[in-house]
Structure formats: structure tokens, C-alpha cells
Design a protein around this ligand. Structure first.
Ligand code: ADP
Ligand code: ZN
Length: 218
């Protein structure tokens, strides 16, 4: 099964993707995580990407698309995957269609995670992530057991530079301008499955599983 998970920054895409990848045994491809790993490793891609990410802007399509193409060609993607954070523009979605057509395959479903704007701003302000394993926490809704330490791996938990309030506004604007149009793009293909994440992740994931069942995918 090949899935895309779509939603505003802070909508809980990453959290839902982590649950679903276990449930359905999928490779989890988070472009944000790949960029952050490159930034940490000071690679040329990381240095270039950082200048955009820190401003709440999208990394240019050319860089992002070739990075994803490379990732999708790796062995662990053969059995199926969940794309988290890609595509984020119509150009990326079209490039993805082309990549997959070459391999005689296609995306089975696009999971659209829905959360109100006000709620998003609250959640992002409190978000903290583990430097080592990428696990996501929230100082209000889901604190770590020990302050600043990841429950899962003991890694250091920190606030992403782009989660500071000034940047969150810019990221939301970028989302509505560039990424929101993808909902319509995939709606036309009839492959959207919606999950409402205003209440809690369990409700959202249940809705998604039901939607996948209704489409005969699981
Ligand atoms: P979130 O979904 O919370 O905004 P991500 O971790 O998915 O965060 O992405 C962080 C940043 O990485 C984005 O704001 C953007 O600058 C960059 N990025 C991630 N994926 C893409 C993409 N597909 N195209 C362009 N930029 C991307
Ligand atoms: Zn961790």
C-alpha cells in the first residue's frame, strides 16, 4: 500500500504516520526528518535546505523531488510506504505521479488530517521533538516523563527552530498557498481519506482505518 499523509504544520501528520506505519508495516518517509538529518550532518543539501526551512518557506521543488526519488528507489519502499510531508506543491505531486507511472504503480490513498487553525497554533507552540529518534511531544498535551528527555530513547528533546511563533505564521501561509490545493488535486482522483484530529489522535486514526477499509485497501 502506498499512502500520502497531508495536513497543515502541526496537524499531527507525523504522529498519525508513526502509528499507521506500524499497523500496516510501511516505510515512513518524512521529508522534514530527512532535511533535519541533513542539517544536523551539515551536508550540502542540509545547508541549502536550512536557509528556507528557518524562514518557514518551502525547500525548492528540484531539490526536494530528487531527494524523494532517491529515497523511493531504496529497497525498504518496495513493500509500501507512507509519504509524510511530500508532496507539498502541485509540481511535486505531478513529479510523483510521473515517478510512479515509470514503476507502473500509483498512490492508493491520500490521508487528509484536519485540524482547526487556532488549535494548530496552540499545538505547534508547545511541540518538542527528540533529536535522536524524532518522537514528538507537547509540553501541555503530551509531556515527556522527565523534562527534556525522550521517553522512548533517552535522547534530548528540543523545540524546532521553525516552531517559534514568528515562523509558524509563515509556515501556515505557505501551507494554504502551496499545499492546500493538493486536496482538490487528489479529490479529483477520488483517493482522499479524511481524519479529524481536533479531538485526539485515536479518533483520527480510527477514522482513517475505517476509510481505508471502505476503499478495500486493508
Ligand atoms: P511540518 O509538517 O510540521 O511543517 P515538516 O517536518 O514536515 O514540518 O517540514 C519542515 C520544513 O521542511 C517545512 O516547513 C519545509 O520548509 C521543509 N519541507 C519538508 N517537506 C518539504 C517538501 N515536500 N517540499 C518543500 N519543503 C519541504
Ligand atoms: Zn527519542
Amino acid at each position: 500500500m502506498k499512502l500520502i499523509i497531508l495536513g497543515a504544520p502541526g496537524s499531527g501528520k507525523g504522529t498519525s504516520a508513526t502509528v499507521l506505519r506500524e499497523e500496516y508495516n510501511l516505510a515512513h518517509i518524512s521529508t522534514g526528518d530527512i532535511f533535519r538529518a541533513n542539517i544536523k550532518g551539515n551536508t550540502p543539501l542540509g545547508i541549502e535546505a536550512k536557509s528556507y526551512i528557518d524562514k518557514g518557506l518551502l525547500v525548492p521543488d528540484s531539490l526536494t523531488i530528487s531527494m524523494v526519488e532517491d529515497r523511493l528507489s531504496q529497497d525498504d519502499c518496495k513493500a509500501g510506504y507512507i509519504l509524510d510531508g511530500f508532496p507539498r506543491t502541485i509540481a511535486q505531486a505531478e513529479a510523483l505521479d510521473e515517478m510512479l507511472a515509470k514503476q507502473n504503480t500509483k498512490i492508493d490513498a491520500v490521508l487528509s488530517i484536519v485540524v482547526d487553525d487556532e488549535e494548530i497554533k496552540n499545538r505547534v507552540a508547545g511541540r518538542r521533538v527528540c533529536e535522536k529518534c524524532g518522537a514528538s511531544y507537547n509540553v501541555v498535551f503530551k509531556p515527556t516523563k522527565v523534562e527534556g528527555v525522550c521517553d522512548l530513547c533517552g535522547g534530548v528533546v528540543y523545540q524546532r527552530e521553525d516552531d517559534k511563533p514568528e515562523t509558524v505564521e509563515a509556515r501556515l501561509k505557505t501551507y494554504y498557498k502551496n499545499t492546500q490545493p493538493l486536496i482538490d488535486f487528489y479529490n479529483k482522483k477520488g483517493i482522499i481519506v479524511e481524519g479529524d484530529n481536533n479531538k485526539n489522535p485515536e479518533v483520527c486514526i480510527e477514522q482513517i482505518k475505517e476509510g481505508l477499509k471502505a476503499k478495500g485497501l486493508v
